[in-house]
Ligand binder design. Structure first.
Ligand code: MLT
Ligand code: ZN
Length: 460
């Protein structure tokens, strides 16, 4: 169906969720733009179901009417995958907020799609969620599963997919799939929970997940080590992975991003004098402080043990997603390369962007042990104007062309942890073959024959 849904369909939606939970006009506007301001669309209606059966019923109505749907969780995504850029109906999962009792035998909990990651982490004082991301207070379970969120502790616990022990989801024909057994070992057919992880709302709508929790670690130690550049950061991080037994995080950022945070967000420098690059390491358990100190050697370093001091050091890294936003609306390019090529990526990517747009501002940071780099680009003045008109894909695609081609030439991925979304759909052929994309399309047709689920995310 093209155009907005007719009033009769809006009435059918209201019959399922109640009129108060079909938002239109100004009430719907906030759901149509992401937090960076880089993705702004419009929606004829936001539907706010309170449970799985309502989700299924709404999807069946949309499928019958051929109305495209964008599922949305905490709206913290960074690739435009949860924003209605083409006038889709928004299906907000925020009210699916039931957190089950913690199963202490299994160390697991079931959580509705709308539960925040922080609520899961707080479910039991002795346990924690292995996925730890800066947006954890707003990001929700459904969105984190759908995008296979990564974050700051992937080197230790893996991404969201690795925490999944079961899933509940609704297909676009109104079928509810539920496999919430929580079994660690379960070879009874296709592992579709894994397939839904990272599917970005294109196969089914995740309504709940059974999540493995991890032991809550006591007294972590955080260290920021100053370095002369990406080469030294990478070498130290590699050693840390091998030598620091309780390592949780190995994070990279630069003085360029820190300068913006000092100027605009009131952060204080972790080290004086400043250094060009930084490695933040966090570890817990026996010997953590000694092993981190041994690793830092006589390099400049700041150590945090108490909560306040750790938070101060972490702010230097965790607030980096905001840094480029102080100079403009950034393109957030999240890429990864094989470990041995990360130094080339981090050292050369700014030059690659400069060739495409000499006026661009580039801020880089990322998860060095995962080979993952976040390249935030604020287009130069002349280009920025057209970016506003051209929309969220940013400028005319020259920055993405440059960065993604470079990454592909290094054998890397154009999306490490943020997904393909609307931002990167065009560049998928750089890293996925015709045969792979054809298989994606067949899977998609099998799950969503009506073709209504996030149709503009991951090309069909
Ligand atoms: C991060 O690592 O800080 C997140 O992936 C968010 C971002 O890249 O901006
Ligand atoms: Zn990240």
């Amino acid at each position: 169906m093209s155009g907005d849904p007719p009033a009769s369909l809006l009435r059918q939606f209201a019959a399922v969720v109640g009129a108060a939970h079909v938002l239109t006009g100004d009430a719907a506007a906030g759901y149509a733009v992401d937090w960076t301001g880089g993705f702004a669309g419009r929606t004829p209606a936001v539907l706010r179901p309170s449970g799985t059966e309502q989700v299924a019923a709404l999807l069946a109505l949309c499928a019958d009417a051929g109305v495209a749907v964008v599922p949305q969780g905490g709206n913290t995504g960074l690739a435009g995958g949860g924003v209605p850029l083409h006038g889709e109906v928004v299906l907000s999962l925020a009210r699916l907020d039931r957190l089950g009792p913690v199963d202490l035998d299994a160390g697991q909990v079931s959580a509705g799609a709308g539960v925040s990651l922080q609520q899961v982490a707080d479910a039991d004082p002795g346990l924690d969620l292995g996925v730890f991301i800066a947006s954890r207070h707003s990001a929700t379970v459904g969105g984190a599963v759908a995008t296979n969120a990564g974050g700051l502790r992937v080197l230790r616990y893996g991404p969201m997919r690795a925490q999944l022990r079961g899933i509940e989801a609704a297909l676009s024909d109104g079928t509810v799939l539920s496999h919430m057994s929580g079994l660690v070992k379960d070879n009874t057919g296709y592992d579709y929970p894994s397939l839904l992880a990272g599917s970005e709302g294109t196969l089914a709508v995740v309504t709940a997940a059974q999540l493995q929790l991890v032991p809550r670690l006591a007294d972590p130690v955080t260290v920021i080590v100053g370095a002369d550049g990406p080469g030294e950061v990478h070498a130290l991080a590699r050693r840390a992975v091998r030598e620091v037994r309780g390592l949780l995080s190995a994070e990279f950022f630069t003085q360029a991003g820190l300068d913006l945070l000092v100027e605009h967000a009131g952060l204080t420098l972790p080290l004086r004098p400043p250094t060009p690059a930084y490695l933040l390491l966090e570890a817990a358990g026996p010997g953590a402080a000694e092993e981190l100190a041994e690793l830092a050697g006589d390099r400049p370093a700041a150590v945090g043990t108490g909560a306040a001091e750790r938070a101060r050091l972490w702010a230097c890294r965790e607030r980096h997603p905001e840094a480029a936003g102080f100079v403009g609306v950034p393109l957030k390019l999240d890429v990864s390369v094989p470990a041995a090529r990360w130094v080339r990526l981090a050292s050369e990517v700014e030059g690659v962007v400069a060739e495409a747009d000499p006026g661009a501002r580039v801020i880089i940071y990322g998860h060095v042990a995962d080979g993952n780099l976040h390249v935030n680009v604020v287009p130069g003045a002349g280009v920025a104007a057209s970016a506003r008109e051209a929309g969220p894909a940013g400028a005319d695609g020259r920055h993405e062309d440059a960065v993604f081609s470079f990454v592909a030439s290094l054998g890397g991925s154009i999306s490490a942890e943020h997904g393909i979304g609307a931002l990167k759909a065009r560049w998928l052929p750089l890293v996925r073959s015709d045969a792979e994309r054809a298989l994606f399309a067949r899977l998609r047709a099998a799950f969503d024959p009506a073709g209504i689920l996030n149709p503009y995310v991951l090309p069909r």
